[in-house]
Design a binder for this molecule. Sequence first.
Ligand code: HEM
Ligand SMILES: *[C@@H]1O[C@H](CO)[C@@H](O)[C@H](O)[C@H]1NC(C)=O
Length: 321
Amino acid sequence: MANLESLASLAAILILVLVEVAVLSSFAAAQLRPDYYANVCPNLEGIVRYFVKQSMVKSPISAPATLRLFFHDCAVMGCDASVMIISPTGDDEWRNQDDYSLKPEGFQTILDAKAAVDSDLQCRYKVSCADIIALAARESVSQSGGPNYTVELGRYDGKKSTDRSVRLPHPGDNLDSLNAYFSTLGLSQTDMIALSGGHTLGAADCGFFKYRIGGNDQSMNPSFDAQLQGTCAKQNFAFLDDVTPVGFDNFYYRNLQNGRGLLGSDQVLYTDERSRGTVDFYAANQGTFFSDFVIAMTKLGRVGVKTAADGEIRRDCQYPN
Ligand code: HEM
Ligand SMILES: *[C@@H]1O[C@H](CO)[C@@H](O)[C@H](O)[C@H]1NC(C)=O
């Protein structure tokens, strides 16, 4: 009896120790947390929310450009705001041809929000540009009608940015290429399909999809083809979701079902039977799209996060300290 009791208490201690180890190690791994700035800059989210709103009032391009900026930041060298660095030698990510189409409105949104954060004496020089990008991307989504989700914080800014580090997916990529690319970021096919739903906002230059129009792509709806030929004859861009270009919703997927995806990498998600089921599912369930989008954005926001050891809190988002 006594033996049994001491065995039980030994087991209880063992379980306690195991739980503690698990909690401690997960704490050490999870550097990011939503309340990271709660003491140093309690108003952070409200400041960023307000200034993203101002940017969106100034320009309808602001929200899509800011969301895309977050993807291009995290996908190259991790979420460290390296995409914003302007190098005096001209060797930086931004001038790589795959980043060159990033719209100035996205950069400006971050610069305005950062200036506002740093004008608060309590917050000054304490909040990273990388975290402001993550928060501004969330605001761009939620203020466009998309999910309003919790953002993990605590990223440090990178100290360098180079042209040759840029590796991004391309609009002509097939499903295998897209999956191969996103798997390098630790993201699954489902994450990739959900994140592609970011193309519910914004536009693309005709140069990115011109090769598909004029009857060249069987997966394109002929009336959409004719429409795009007209659009590109009079302006150089078309909306990625032309039903609701400024609303964050699941029309992106419903368009794909109708052969009305703008980029090859969009339409292929429906053409390829291995991804079609997920497209159909998101087209029918906006709520599931929203929750999967949040999961995937949170995972994307953890890619290559830097710490005090290899990063800094940049004072000017365009220049390392
Ligand atoms: C799956 C692979 C992807 C490819 C091949 C791709 C490619 C492109 C291209 C070619 C454009 C047009 C750029 C221009 O003409 O200025 C674009 C725009 C955009 N992309 Fe993607 N993208 C991908 C994934 C993503 C992801 C993961 C997000 C964010 C979650 C995203 C968000 C956007 C947004 C919001 C725009 C509109 C930007 C604007 O209007 O300024 N994209 N993308
Ligand atoms: C998102 O949630 C926050 C916190 O509850 C709230 O202050 C903000 O207004 C919400 N944003 C939108 C666009 O609904």
